[in-house]
Design a protein around this ligand. Sequence first.
Ligand SMILES: [Zn+2]
Length: 346
Amino acid sequence: MKTYLSSGEVFLGHRLVGEHPERPERLQAVLTAIDGSDLVGRFRWLPPRRATDEELLRVHTAPYLADLRQRMGDLQPKGQGWLDPDTYYGPGTYQAALHAAGTACELALRIAESSGDNGFALVRPPGHHASSDRAMGFCLLNNVAVAAAAVRATGRRVAIVDFDVHHGNGTEEIFARDGSVLVISLHQFPFYPGSGAATAIGEGNGRGFIVNIPLPEGSAGPEYKLACKRVVLPVLRRFAPDVILVSAGFDGHAQDSLAGMGLVEDDYAAMVASLLAVQSRLVLVLEGGYHTSALPASVLSVLRVLIDATGPGGPGGYRPSGHDAGTAASDEVRRLLGELQKLHGL
Ligand SMILES: [Zn+2]
């Protein structure tokens, strides 16, 4: 069993002249932390590549892709602009976005065909707010959706788990009427982007294939752990995916100032370990995470799980938030999870 890691300089080229939380320093901090860790030499590097038109067109509309190319394809060195109030682009953005989607695809295809390898695509810009025809919330192309569609095209079953603190509204919109891809999102609610209520479960053929777990502000390890046990893992086991893709955002970390959750790095490790226990073919794709020390610490913690394939209580000796004190999940979350179990027939 191998762990693949994919990243590159091309993802640092997406930058704004001015202040913005989604900045290249995020990824640079992660790469520096990996370089300085004991994990060097314990994974295989996979070079980034561009997404093909065929791959992008499974998810995005031709007019939207043409619009992106026209606005950003030949941008002058000092040119920059905005696709929505939060989503900037600069001269390096077009190549970064194409490579983010392509790299997620390449890694997902590699893992899907393996006998149980896993991997992490350390890419930016992020993707899960991008819909078929609209950029939103720092996202231009929906990297994880493009990768899921690529794996599905090989005849394999794909599930997406999104633990970024924001609802993965773009991914939901892309697969809401589909029924061949299971999409599970755990997120702070109510919060940006406003969608992601428990009652949004997909439509038509997709009914029941969208699972939203809207957690209240302040949720931490105990709430996420119970949500996994009661809803995420049973739904995944029932769907029996050949590969699980993860929209791996780390902005639910207690130190991250963009949101109000209380996760620590070991909570992410525990979550990834529980997903690995369902399906060892696991592919993580970086989404949010804006604190330049909490983000690399969380990525390293998750990488250790991928490399060692050990769960909580294993050699890693995880200490998820709240567990030492025996903290139970809040009553509000217990009630929510009970409702979700009924809604999804668990
Ligand atoms: Zn986010």
